[in-house]
Design a protein around this ligand. Structure first.
Ligand code: PGA
Ligand code: ZN
Length: 431
């Protein structure tokens, strides 16, 4: 039993220089845990609600004093002295205290910060590593570490919309460890930076998740430049290193259709374009290829490309059980992008994970574009046996905090890196 003694909280800043929430949870017996929550920019409409102050005179309305107030006030009062036997009973109490459908009353940012801080405190009380706590919670014994998907180039909402699609990511596929994946990714990143400088006269400026954002003329140029960087770095594209894209298409879709560069496409047109890309490029994962409310066309996308690439739902699913259920029933996708702050408690995130697993889906555990130096997402990705981990690029300390934590977990567990599913990546030729 874990008895809550008190909560503490404060407003801190995230990697975009916007306020976010930090919380501490003190348990009887002298242990405590703390956690910071991230924040998205390319958010799905069905996400749990981040509580922001809305006061234009402070942080342009983005302040989190109300969310901090939720923790110090109602959540502290409603938890203090209560005993909990599990994360699930704790999170159910958080949900009951808020009692609003999308956690808008106390704020999903406040609620997740407390859910995570309790988890860290409970893990400390159990004397276990945080990833072990997550593994026990999910009922898994991880046999591998997630494969990295690393942001190389950005567009869309993460980079001022110079290209419609949001991210081109590299997937170190032939690597056998996190360490080796990072070696490959950092080499390719440096080469990509040199190409950007040569071709676009572009100094190394980074988008929100650390990807580079030169003024590509099209999504194709963005993808082809990634392939060029892989090959120039000495790797074989499609064997050593594959590609993933986050199309984030909700953000360029309107009543009129999908505005992909200078072309206005129908849903069918969008699917055809994605199919052409999958046929022409070593693309193994397509995230949000269609918009979050284009439910009727997602099954067509899955049947057109699903055997060749993961059809990954981010804005479509919002880590939300009801939406995942709908996607399973309608065969809308075959992979979940899991972000716990889309739903607001660890327990609900875990239920989303179990549901996706029960359908045989792959799961990519993901951080957000506005991150902090907290590294819990690495433990979560390992403990919940994420097939992939999406953590932005290989620069900036809020990203490196997670990679460096993964390296520590790798060193202490010696677990191998997960193998990409199916036969989407050709077996590398090893010398
Ligand atoms: P975010 O989006 O800006 O909402 O964190 C990242 C993503 O779309 O995967
Ligand atoms: Zn996304």
């Amino acid at each position: 039993m874990f008895v809550v003694e008190r909560l503490a909280a404060r407003e801190i800043l995230d990697s975009r220089g916007r306020p976010t929430v930090y919380a501490e949870c003190y348990l009887e017996g002298g242990v405590s845990g703390s956690a910071s929550v991230p924040s998205g920019a390319s958010t799905g409409a069905a996400e749990a609600v981040e509580l922001r102050d809305g006061d234009p005179r402070r942080y342009r309305g983005m302040g989190c004093r109300k969310a901090v107030g939720s923790i110090l006030g109602e959540l502290n009062d409603g938890l203090l002295g209560h005993a909990f036997d599990s994360q699930a009973t704790f999170d159910m109490r958080l949900i009951a205290l808020d009692a609003s459908p999308a956690k808008s009353r106390l704020g999903a940012n406040a609620i997740l910060a407390v859910s995570l801080a309790f988890a860290r405190a409970a893990a400390a009380a159990n004397n276990e590593e945080f990833w072990q706590y997550f593994a026990r919670m999910a009922g898994f014994a991880p046999s591998s570490l997630p494969r990295l998907t690393i942001n190389l180039f950005s567009g869309g909402k993460h980079a001022g919309q110079q290209v419609a699609i949001q991210d081109v990511l590299i997937v170190p596929a032939s690597s056998r460890s996190v360490d080796e994946s990072l070696v490959m990714s950092c080499e390719i990143y440096q080469v990509a930076a040199e190409i950007s400088l040569r071709r676009f006269g572009m100094r190394l400026l980074r988008a929100d998740e650390g990807g580079m954002a030169p003024p590509f003329r099209s999504a194709e140029e963005m993808i082809e430049t990634a392939i060029e960087a892989i090959e120039t770095a000495g790797y074989c594209a499609g064997q050593d290193v594959a590609l993933a894209i986050d199309v984030a298409s909700s953000h360029f879709c309107s009543q009129q259709g999908y505005q992909l560069g200078d072309r206005l496409l129908t849903s069918r047109g969008m699917i055809d374009r994605l199919k052409t890309w999958v046929d022409s490029y070593p693309l193994v994962s397509i995230e949000d290829g269609l918009a979050e409310d284009d439910w009727e066309n997602w099954p067509l996308l899955l049947s057109a490309i699903g055997s060749k690439a993961l059809i990954l739902g981010d804005d479509l699913l919002c880590t939300n059980e009801a939406r995942i259920n709908r996607a399973i029933k309608t065969s809308a996708c075959n992979a979940l992008l899991l972000k716990v702050n889309q739903v607001g408690t660890l327990t609900e995130g875990c239920r989303a994970l179990q549901l996706a697993r029960s359908a045989g889906w792959q799961v990519t555990v993901s951080v957000r574009s506005g991150e902090t130096e907290d590294n819990w997402a690495a433990d979560l990705a390992v403990g919940w046996a994420g097939d992939q981990f999406k953590n932005g690029s290989v620069t900036q300390s809020e990203r490196l905090a997670k990679y460096n934590r993964l390296l520590a977990i790798e060193a202490s567990t010696n677990l191998p890196t997960n193998v990409w599913p199916g036969n989407q990546i050709a077996e590398p030729v090893r010398s």
